[in-house]
Design a protein around this ligand. Sequence first.
Ligand code: AHM
Ligand code: MG
Length: 346
Amino acid sequence: ETKKKSRFEIQTLTSWLLKQEQSGHIDAELTIVLSSISMACKQIASLVQRASISNLTGVQGAVNVQGEDQKKLDVVSNEVFSNCLRSSGRTGIIASEEEDVPVAVEESYSGNYIVVFDPLDGSSNIDAAVSTGSIFGIYSPNDECLADIDDDSTLDQAKERCVVSVCQPGSNLLAAGYCMYSSSVIFVLSMGKGVFAFTLDPMYGEFVLTQENIQIPKSGKIYAFNEGNYQLWDDKLKKYIDDLKDPGPSGKPYSARYIGSLVGDFHRTLLYGGIYGYPRDKKSKNGKLRLLYECAPMSYLVEQAGGKGSDGHQRILDIQPVEIHQRVPLYIGSVEEVEKLEKYLA
Ligand code: AHM
Ligand code: MG
């Protein structure tokens, strides 16, 4: 006899995580890391929503290690994210888009998970109240970096060990996800057993399970590229885009959609199908997006949903990073669309 579901029965992220822990999919440490990340996302959501009221729009006046203007909210979100992770007591090393080098967390209670994140992606959209998001990935504990620096090693050597521990291929990810700050706040997560989405219920202040085992459509007629860069692209890529727009007398051209916010553009692609791309071009040899905390977590999620993430020639998750802020071209979305693009680029 199946129990009828009460209409008051909702599953919060917290209770869902505890269930995953009980069934042995994740350990208690990882559960705590994930709930502290969701807490950071709730805080950032409220900061983003109130940005123009609390004077948090505009630039900070500093430039990050990658030469980008930091927005006030980039800096604040990085603090929020780092603090939540530190106080979880379960992270050993954290690496962020907004920090030059990975940081070893001094006092980890246990667990020592490695967390990579972009605290506020797409922040050029903030001042116009357009979608942004946070992206994260979690790797296995690695004690090397935490080795005491009171032995003969110097601080520089310890930092070097951190870089080595953090630089793992995406195929080692234990979990990855993002939170999108849009008309709804949506937390999307995978721990290697499908992709799940939780919507922030503003009434309860809790993330509530709204989609289980998301599968990306096998194909989809939407493409998302910054076509302003068209003249800087390789001819093979130009041909691919030209053909999407001009499918011949029988076909219908693809629709263009581009927010300029990876999380928003990716979320739409995940649900509706199609392809998102950030190619290399004449000015940016490896494109714009970062392998470790942008491309790898998104590729992990897309594969978990039955899609594909590629640099045009190989699987993103197979790429071994050599530095923290390494950039890589990204083509991600429905299997058929990404494979078609790979054929054009071959
Ligand atoms: P950011 O991390 O500095 O915000 O940059 C990443 C963002 C992505 O969200 C987005 O896909 C891309 O940059 C947009 O770049 P462009 O403005 O060149 O199209
Ligand atoms: Mg970013």
